[in-house]
Design a protein around this ligand. Structure first.
Ligand code: PMP
Length: 440
């Protein structure tokens, strides 16, 4: 079968995500058939290759077809592929829960599983509300989110998101959260630091909390980097201040680390950089090294205790069929092993400096604004009025063997943690060339 055969069949039968399908049919947006993956590379059916510089929607950490992760799944497959997690338990889910809890210093002692990021956020929102309700405070049933936030595509997660492109159409279906000022470091006036922006946003948060805390269950944030909103980066000071305010006003802090967890921001979890712990921690994506759909919400023993009761409906009755899937938990454990065995966070620090140095020409491009980096995430805004910039850049990058999908006019890089020097050079030089081509 050729590339074209697969394209024809895909367009006839598959409704692709996050896509105006007509763009594929007119050819404005190429559809790329993938036969196999190896390391950071994706190969089509005719031998063309693409460097997966966005880690396949921010999930992949250690490359495609990673031998260690493959081996973990194969071994588990012969033991137990899946079992209901209500009334039953199994080794991978117990071991993973213990390991994850230990990675929060034991502060978040219980793990509740689901299959994707959006479901994890839904769980955190429901748990937060339900725990207040169990404390006889049912009026605490609203949420605060940051301006420009993104927490998923389901109705509950859209209601705490603030990206018009995904949300506006569905506004009549949503119970809108209250957006508060983002600590976006790009808002710094001359002479101001990112920490000043953080303090200003925390002051705005305090004003909302002071007036409304009695009806607010939780503040939900993407710690340090607001992803789909445009790779908005901010100072850890905001998280430190927000934690203090949430404590003062008795509001939960939900950290959605679905994108930023597992080393993306330089530390294993982003909230560590603020020296705080959230009340709820949502993880997915890199949790399984990008292999299998798994998500988890970790929470405190205090929240857990609020559900402990003789009344069934004071328990948390949420469920998904594939909750705690053993194959997914096993590959998550193998992913955590790689972090330890390969000292990944340290290796990333060295890699991060190399790629940043290589990106200097892109950062200095006359139309580049606010070049920024946090750990293993790089972003730059491109000053252009061209409404087709995103598509032009995407096509120009593909022509240079790069998978890069700008968010509007923001070009960003989120590569797997395994690029060699040659691949790093190809990424940096190819992106600069793609930018020139897209703007020409
Ligand atoms: N939260 C954040 C911060 C995300 O980046 C995403 C996915 N991009 C989600 C939630 C939703 O995860 P999923 O797509 O797995 O539902």
């Amino acid at each position: 079968m050729s590339n074209q055969d697969w394209l024809n069949r895909s367009l006839a039968a598959v409704w692709h995500p996050c896509t105006q399908m007509k763009l594929h049919e007119t050819g404005a947006l190429p559809l790329v058939p993938v036969a196999r993956g190896q390391g950071p590379w994706l190969y089509d059916f005719e031998g063309r290759r693409y460097l997966d510089a966005i880690s396949s929607w921010w999930v992949n950490l250690f490359g495609h077809a990673n031998p260690r992760l493959n081996a973990a799944i194969k071994a588990q497959l012969d033991q137990l592929e899946h079992v209901i997690l209500a009334g039953f338990t199994h080794a991978p889910v117990v071991e993973l829960s213990e390991r994850l809890s230990a990675l929060t210093g034991g502060a978040l002692g219980h793990c509740f599983y689901a299959s994707d990021g959006s479901s994890a956020v839904e769980i955190a929102l429901k748990m937060s509300f339900h725990s207040w309700r169990n404390h006889d405070r049912p009026e605490k049933n609203r949420f605060l989110c940051l301006a420009g936030s993104y927490h998923g595509e389901t109705l509950g997660t859209l209601s705490v998101s603030d990206v018009a492109l995904y949300k506006e159409v569905y506004a009549p279906l949503l119970r809108q959260a209250v957006p508060v000022l983002s600590p976006d470091a790009r808002q710094a006036a001359a002479g101001e630091t990112a920490a000043d922006c953080a303090r200003r946003a925390a002051a705005a948060l305090e004003a909302v909390l002071a007036a409304q805390h009695e009806t607010i269950a939780a503040l939900i944030v993407e710690p340090l980097v607001q992803g789909a909103g445009g790779m908005i980066m901010y100072d850890p000071e905001y998280l430190r201040l927000a934690r203090g305010l949430c404590d003062r006003y008795q509001v939960h802090l939900i950290a959605d680390e679905i994108m930023v967890g597992f080393g993306r921001t330089g530390t294993l979890f982003a909230h560590e950089q603020a020296g705080i712990r959230p009340d709820f921690l949502c993880l997915s994506k890199g949790l399984t090294g990008g292999y299998l759909p798994l998500s988890v919400v970790l929470t405190t023993d205090e929240v857990y205790a609020a559900f402990h009761d003789d009344a069934i409906t004071r328990g948390f009755l949420h469920s998904h069929s594939y909750t705690g899937n053993p194959l997914a938990c096993r590959v998550a454990l193998a992913t955590l092993d790689i972090f330890v065995e390969d000292a990944v966070l340290e290796r990333n620090r060295r890699f991060g400096e190399r790629l940043t140095a290589r990106l200097v020409p892109l950062a200095n491009h006359p139309q580049a604004r606010h070049f920024r980096r946090r750990g293993m995430i790089w972003a730059v805004d491109i000053a252009t009025d061209d409404p087709d910039f995103r598509l032009r850049f995407y096509r120009a990058a593909l022509q240079r063997e790069l998978l890069l999908r700008p968010l509007g006019t923001t070009v960003y890089f989120m590569p797997p943690y395994i690029l060699n020097d040659e691949e790093t050079a190809l990424l940096a030089d190819g992106a600069a060339a793609a930018l020139d081509a897209a703007l020409a």
